[in-house]
Design a protein around this ligand. Structure first.
Ligand code: CA
Length: 362
């Protein structure tokens, strides 16, 4: 497997020589011309619309902003390592960078999933508020530190949809025995109410649903679900995405590789991740709307809302799961306390801002 590959380019040396007079005057303020070539492994199918292409955009931003000093080769799931081995690959340094969703790593530490999304929790705006201005990102860095990983928020799909079902869900009873693909705490909540959640990467969702290996599957939203053909594998499309109200995606960087970067390249990576996040959520907003119209016109698809008592049942199960996790692990407890404190304040504000405003458009 490819190791870190530091290249000091001759072009860089020539460029330095060209401005030697200036740099002597400026003391030590020369820009390092050291070049870096990194591998980035993702949990997404190669070039998958929105998610995979969003990572390609991130790599391009970093290349352009660094004038080629940090070049990143993106690998989709399975090209270098399988989707669910991204965390270990970057932690061990067999790839310098990874992109995915932190709820895939709950087997490493239960605290990880709180930085992606919590069912019935924060939406994309709120997650950003918490991560950047509410102490969330500091906690995230602390949680990943023992794994030799530096986390950087890098993308968000916005609120997702509830998923595709091959039968109607009219009551809690209909969830019993249901084999459903779903990650994170949403999976655990469904388990509590009698369903059988399964964890499989995106690339396997369509086949599993079409062959009947599973009865239901959540993936992302109209844009990605149509791209995957899920509307051809099940009839009932449920909303809202109670389990993923605004998942923050992650860029993870191997700590040793990160420490090798000069400060300006570190800044470029951080800012490129922010820019890629804005790009991704903007794209999802535009393309989900278009894809939903297509689904509503499709006679083989029914778009339905979950009944209120089903949502209430899932919410109660979610709280039970999270409270148990927090009681069992002091790190989870700290993260959960920070999360809930932010959400409680935010809810008050959201009630008279976004929520109240959207009601005026009904
Ligand atoms: Ca999802």
């Amino acid at each position: 497997m490819k190791r870190r590959d530091f290249v000091t380019g001759l072009g860089g040396a020539a460029a330095l020589a060209g401005c030697a007079g200036e740099s002597e005057q400026a003391g030590t303020e020369t820009v390092s011309q050291q070049r870096f070539r990194w591998d980035l492994v993702t949990t997404w199918p190669p070039n998958f619309p929105g998610l995979g292409t969003g990572v390609n955009t991130l790599a391009r931003y970093i290349d352009e902003l660094s004038n080629g000093r940090l070049q990143i080769t993106v690998y989709g799931a399975g090209e270098l390592v399988p989707a669910f081995e991204v965390f270990d690959a970057v932690s061990q340094g067999s790839a310098e960078m990874g992109h995915g969703a932190s709820y895939y790593w709950r087997g490493k530490t239960e605290a990880a999933q709180f930085f992606c999304t919590i069912p019935f929790g924060m939406n994309a705006h709120e997650v950003n508020g918490w991560l950047y201005y509410g102490g969330g990102l500091e906690l995230w860095r602390e949680v990943y530190e023992p794994f030799g990983l530096v986390p950087i928020p890098a993308g968000n799909t916005g609120v997702q949809t509830g998923g595709w079902f091959n039968k109607r869900i009219d009551s809690m009873q209909d969830l019993r025995g249901l084999r459903i693909r779903i990650p994170g705490i949403g999976a655990e909540a469904l388990n509590r109410v009698g369903a059988t959640p399964v964890s499989i990467p995106g690339s396997e969702v369509f086949t599993a649903l079409q062959t009947g290996a599973i009865d239901a599957a959540e993936w992302v939203g109209p844009y990605n679900d149509v791209a995957m053909g899920l509307h051809q594998a099940a009839r009932y499309y449920y909303y809202p995405g109670w389990h993923e109200p605004g998942p923050a995606l992650e860029c993870i960087v191997n700590r040793e590789a990160w420490d090798q970067l000069p400060d300006d390249l570190k800044a470029i990576v951080r800012v490129a991740c922010q820019a890629a996040s804005l790009d991704m959520i903007s794209e999802f907003m535009a393309r989900n709307a278009g894809a939903l119209r297509q689904l509503e016109e499709d006679p083989s698809v029914e778009v339905l809302s979950f009944p209120p008592d089903v949502l209430a049942g899932l919410k109660a199960a979610t709280l039970e799961v999270v409270e148990e996790l927090a009681a069992a692990d002091p790190v989870v407890a700290r993260v959960w306390n920070s999360y809930t404190a932010f959400l409680e304040e935010s809810e008050t504000w959201q009630r008279i801002s976004e929520q109240a405003f959207l009601q005026t458009r009904v």
